[in-house]
Design a protein around this ligand. Structure first.
Ligand SMILES: Cc1cc2nc3c(=O)[nH]c(=O)nc-3n(C[C@H](O)[C@H](O)[C@H](O)COP(=O)(O)OP(=O)(O)OC[C@H]3O[C@@H](n4cnc5c(N)ncnc54)[C@H](O)[C@@H]3O)c2cc1C
Length: 269
């Protein structure tokens, strides 16, 4: 690690001020991405601002037809939450599929969204469910929030406070996971909403995206067979030792079919 100074923030304002006063600062949430990058000297920060002691950033609650999750809530807390299991079971199951026990115990939803790894799971859920990402400054629509390869619309120093998920009529997530990390080689989140079906794909390309051809096919008839004729182009898809672009394109159809089958089979949310 390169040397840095450490600031344990007690309020959002304190965190913002400590961040603004440094040259190359970083916020610390669960540390599941940040700490390994520091250890491997892939990142160099002069100040780490720890968000973990700021009150009010954890917790899960219902606000009418919206599920509200604090940014510092861990993946395990989301997976185990009776509120999430009752309101959006697909989100609880998705959280349970992340990494291993330590990653789930430490990693947070806010950190995962801010990090925007192109193979991360939450971006697919946030995009398919039309979530709002609320910071100390403003509200971001998930549709606008995610850029390519770790980029987001967060400004320097902006802090995610909570994520608001509108409830879907039904939803399911299917992924083929990397056997070592459990990140998505490809993951497809399908949500059946009052405004129509929404399909979001992660892991396949440099950026989470909505699959509009699948959405149109599912709007005509919400069944796995509706996806049979829907092609996914491999153009622009990731190629690496885990999967070729052609295979990733193929997996989009397979996984969307599995998610739709799970929804139709469950018959409800
Ligand atoms: C072995 C391993 C396996 C994993 N498997 C998966 C997987 O299967 N699926 C998956 O989706 N993810 C996976 N992850 C990622 C993990 O789930 C974490 O969510 C992710 O590492 C970031 O969350 P964190 O809370 O640890 O954030 P940190 O590592 O603390 O921070 C990450 C980045 O986000 C910024 N940040 C953190 N919180 C905020 C905030 N509230 N506001 C603004 N910026 C913030 C930090 O400054 C930093 O730049 C894996 C990680 C590891 C190490």
């Amino acid at each position: 690690m390169f040397p840095f100074d450490y600031h344990r923030a007690t309020t959002l304002e304190d965190a913002r001020e400590a961040h603004a006063a440094a040259e190359e600062p970083a916020y610390l949430a669960g540390g599941q991405t940040l700490i390994p990058t520091l250890k491997m000297r892939l990142a160099q920060h002069d100040r780490i601002v720890d968000l973990r002691r700021i009150p009010g950033l954890t917790g899960i609650r219902r606000d009418g037809d919206t599920l509200v999750i604090g940014a510092m809530t861990t993946h395990q807390a989301i997976a185990d939450s009776p509120e999430v299991i009752a309101a959006l079971p697909a989100l609880a199951a998705m959280a349970a599929s992340i990494g291993d026990q330590q990653v789930r115990a430490m990693g947070t939803i806010g950190g995962a969204l801010a990090n925007n790894d192109p193979a991360a799971d939450y971006p697919a859920a946030a995009l398919a469910l039309d979530a709002a990402i609320i910071t100390d400054m403003r509200s971001h629509k998930a549709a606008d929030f995610f850029g390519a390869f770790f980029d987001t619309t967060l400004d320097p120093g902006e802090i995610i406070r909570e994520v608001r998920f509108p409830l879907a009529e039904a939803a399911a997530y299917a992924k083929i996971r990397n056997p070592a990390s459990r990140y998505a080689v490809v993951g497809v989140f399908v949500a059946r909403t009052a405004a129509g079906p929404r399909v979001a794909v992660t892991g396949a390309a440099g950026q989470v995206f909505r699959h509009e051809a699948m959405e149109q096919a599912l709007a005509a008839s919400f069944s796995p067979t509706s996806l049979d004729g829907v092609a996914t182009s491999p153009d622009g898809m990731n190629e690496d030792q885990h999967a070729s672009a052609d295979y990733r394109a193929h997996l989009c159809g397979v996984l969307a079919g599995r998610a739709v089958t799970a929804i139709v089979g469950a018959g409800s949310r």
